[in-house]
Design a protein around this ligand. Structure first.
Ligand code: BDR
Ligand code: CA
Length: 328
């Protein structure tokens, strides 16, 4: 039986790689993609998701438009990181012909009331916060919730202490974490502590192109801008692929390790979007999160290559030599 998922995302370069990974898996069925404003404004994210589906020959998968604004804060995109088209200035043609019958929240609500289904959240948590507001039961039905967001000990990527997805809509993130507390359940927090270690380097990209020129060239096209951004701002040769890590963890949880903790999301001022991880239990509150803090980087790329390029481990002999194991 395939595990069913909805991908809630803001594509976005690394969101697109995560979508590609999920669609390549034999063990996962993607029921739909819901778009939230984040990296790109929501309409642009919608267009980008369709471009990725076209590349993967999966235009049968429905895409739904969600929130165009965070709950309370002013919307600020991350087009400086993802390029003016949100897809690394690849300027791929739009895909026409999608009929939108439902909003993202309506789709989430309908599906989660009918199916056992997990949600992989790769953007700000605004759509999920709205779901809690309009159909709490549907939210409660989520089988496993993985969120790319937050950080435990790693420094932030859009403020000294905050990761973008939680910084962008801290009220939404806070509500989702509170709801997990109320349910006595755990959100799987795939934050910067683990994602920063997963760097797609020029060598890995070249290897990918050698193995599958079609996918490799597509990935080169959409990541070029991201490579430049990482060099300019983080002095990294390559790009950190945050969202595929969250997807890979869902597909193969033993690729990461973590710990249970109570996590609270700050909403205001200098600490806006900070995820405060009470690893030592000072607050005496029950854990509401499983916080990832260790990752098998080689294993992640092995999964990525095996799935996306349909290669067996023994056809990937060069891979382990090309992996960057430490942060650059
Ligand atoms: C997150 O923000 C976006 O830039 C990425 O798509 C990822 O979801 C990393 O902070
Ligand atoms: Ca994202």
């Amino acid at each position: 039986m395939k595990r069913k998922i909805i991908i809630d995302c803001d594509p976005g370069i690394d969101d697109s790689l995560a979508i590609m990974l999920a669609l390549s898996s034999n063990d996962i069925e993607v029921l739909g993609i819901t778009i939230v404003c984040g990296n790109s404004p929501v309409e642009m994210g919608f267009e980008n998701a369709k471009k990725v589906l076209k590349q993967m020959n999966r235009l049968d998968i429905p895409v739904y438009i969600g929130a165009s604004q965070p709950l309370k804060k002013e919307y600020i995109s991350a087009l400086d990181t993802h390029g003016s088209d949100g897809l690394g200035e690849s300027f791929l043609e739009n895909v026409e012909g999608y009929q939108l019958s439902l909003t993202a929240v309506e789709f989430l609500s309908k599906t989660l009331n009918q199916e056992r289904c997990s949600v992989i959240a790769l953007g700000p948590l605004t759509n999920l916060a709205h779901l809690i507001e309009v159909d709490e039961q549907a939210f409660n039905n989520i089988e496993m919730l993985v969120s790319m967001g937050g950080s435990y000990k790693a420094h932030g990527n859009c403020s000294p202490v905050a990761e973008y997805n939680y910084w962008e809509d801290p009220e939404a993130a806070s509500l989702v974490y509170q709801q997990m507390s109320k349910l006595d359940r755990l959100i799987h927090m795939a934050g910067l502590d683990v994602t920063r270690k997963v760097v797609l380097t020029p060598n890995l990209l070249s290897y990918m192109e050698r193995l599958d020129s079609d996918k490799g060239e597509f990935i080169r096209k959409i990541t070029k801008y991201y490579f430049d951004f990482h060099w300019e701002w983080e002095h990294i040769i390559g790009c950190v692929i945050n969202d595929p890590l969250a997807m890979a963890y869902f597909m193969q949880p033993d690729l990461c390790r973590g710990f249970k903790s109570y996590v609270q999301i700050e909403t205001e001022s200098l600490s806006r979007g900070q995820s405060i991880v009470d690893a030592y239990g000072y607050h005496r509150k029950k854990p509401n999160a499983y916080v990832l803090n260790e990752v098998d980087v080689e294993g992640i790329f092995e999964l990525f290559f095996e799935c996306l390029l349909h290669k067996k481990k023994d056809q990937l002999s060069l891979l382990h030599k090309l992996i960057v194991k430490e942060e650059q």
